[in-house]
Design a protein around this ligand. Structure first.
Ligand SMILES: Cc1cc2nc3c(=O)[nH]c(=O)nc-3n(C[C@H](O)[C@H](O)[C@H](O)COP(=O)(O)OP(=O)(O)OC[C@H]3O[C@@H](n4cnc5c(N)ncnc54)[C@H](O)[C@@H]3O)c2cc1C
Length: 380
């Protein structure tokens, strides 16, 4: 097999990090994507109002990894950016992750003081807790606070986002937005939190700018890859490596059924006013149909006339909804089992490597996707 020729399906962050790392090792790399742009879900561009927007939803870079941070800094300038999100509960916007402001806002003064005091006593060495931890706490006052958050936010938001009974969903979903045990207006706590100064698309273009890398867009590779004996074959008679960052069910013709995902529809709006909402990303758990709104001139702050924002509507993405983009894998026992069958099949082809958020059927943050890709190259 020609180990120096590498075909990568998918021009998202996973495919691009792999492309760069193999190119640096002297391999000749071709990256394919069916979309008409580079960057996968990180793709951003400047709209007709001069505001940089993210086509596939708001992306904020955050990591605790020095390796990942040093890596991204090789390919662009990054500006510190600490995201503050909000949630509108009963018509009032409070910062998320929920800090003590929430108790102050929604409970009478004495009760709020009691909640805060008991949280600090119960969890003296912790900065955050999950809502599930608080719901099962043996302190009734803490449980009452947790039930308020669960009923007003976590439960309706989760039901809308996942369209399944919150009781049946993977418990990790409830841990993504923690409850803060103090006052701190910040969504993430990572050591590095930043946005690329010239945008993600520019950063990705820098990653791909290497003489050993070529990029082929608007090309769906699913029909082009064939499976002969224990090899995945792209070009007849040529044995070469294929790295696939797309969905495995699609690659293998859905033979073990379709892996369930949730999708999103973005309704783009522009208004000729200075600001639409208090924070760049605000969740509306009690609103009909949509989950959150991102106002892009705040992500990071951009000087522009008017404001562009996107309203997010969760959608199904299953056999009947082939048009919808797969965004979030729906992790249930059944879907995990089906995925394992696809994974075992993929592993049976010597020259096929599968990685990335779709191929691994996992939610990855950007830094995790980068870390996995770098680990893949280092492991050889
Ligand atoms: C709404 C949303 C918001 C997010 N916000 C954040 C955030 O704030 N911070 C953060 O760290 N992470 C965030 N993420 C996660 C981030 O998007 C992922 O970490 C990242 O996209 C993973 O990159 P990837 O290359 O694995 O996948 P992708 O970006 O999806 O790239 C895969 C590429 O493969 C292509 N492809 C697939 N199949 C084929 C085929 N058969 N032929 C050709 N091309 C194919 C696709 O077109 C796509 O371009 C968010 C995710 C979502 C859904």
């Amino acid at each position: 097999m020609n180990d120096k020729r590498i075909n990568i399906v998918g021009c998202g962050i996973t495919g691009c990090v792999l492309a760069r790392a193999y190119a640096e090792k002297g391999c000749s790399v071709t990256v394919y994507d069916r979309r008409e742009h580079i960057g996968g879900n990180l793709y951003d561009f400047t709209d007709e109002h001069g505001i940089r927007v993210h086509l596939y939803g708001p992306h904020i870079f955050h990591t605790n990894s020095d390796i990942v941070w040093n890596f991204v800094n090789e390919y662009g300038e990054w500006a510190p950016f600490s995201l503050v999100c909000g949630a509108v509960l009963d018509g009032v916007c409070v910062p998320t992750a929920f800090d003590f402001t929430t108790a102050d806002t929604f409970f009478p003064k004495e009760k709020a003081e009691e909640i805060k005091k008991r949280l600090l006593v119960k969890y003296p060495n912790k900065k955050t807790a999950t809502v599930l931890e608080l719901l099962s706490c043996d302190d009734a006052v803490i449980r009452e606070y947790a039930e308020f958050l669960y009923e007003k936010d976590y439960k309706p938001y989760t039901a809308k986002q996942w369209a399944v009974d919150p009781e049946k969903i993977d418990r990790s979903i409830f841990s993504r937005v923690p409850v803060r045990l103090g006052y701190k207006k910040a969504y993430f706590d990572d050591k590095y939190q930043a946005m690329p100064k010239d945008g993600y698309t520019h950063f990705i273009a820098n990653l791909l700018a290497h003489q050993n890398i070529s990029v082929v867009l608007k090309t769906n590779m699913t029909d082009k890859i064939r499976f002969i004996n224990n090899k995945a074959v792209l070009h007849d008679g040529v044995e070469e490596r294929i790295i696939y960052t797309g969905a495995l069910d699609e690659l293998f013709g859905y033979r073990f059924g379709r892996l369930p995902y949730r999708s999103l529809r973005f309704e783009w709006k522009y208004e000729d006013k200075d600001a639409f909402q208090d924070m760049p990303v605000v969740a509306y758990p009690q609103a009909e149909g949509f989950t959150r709104i991102t106002e892009y001139k705040k992500l990071p702050v951009q000087q522009a006339q008017g404001t562009t924002y996107a309203v997010e509507y969760p959608l199904p993405c299953s056999a009947e909804d082939t048009e919808n983009e797969p965004y979030y894998p729906v992790l249930t026992d059944d879907s995990k089992q089906a995925f394992e069958k696809y994974r075992a099949l993929a592993d049976s082809y010597d020259n096929l490597i599968c990685c990335g958020r779709l191929a691994d059927f996992k939610y990855y943050n950007i830094d995790q996707a980068i870390e996995n890709a770098l680990r893949q190259v280092r492991s050889e």
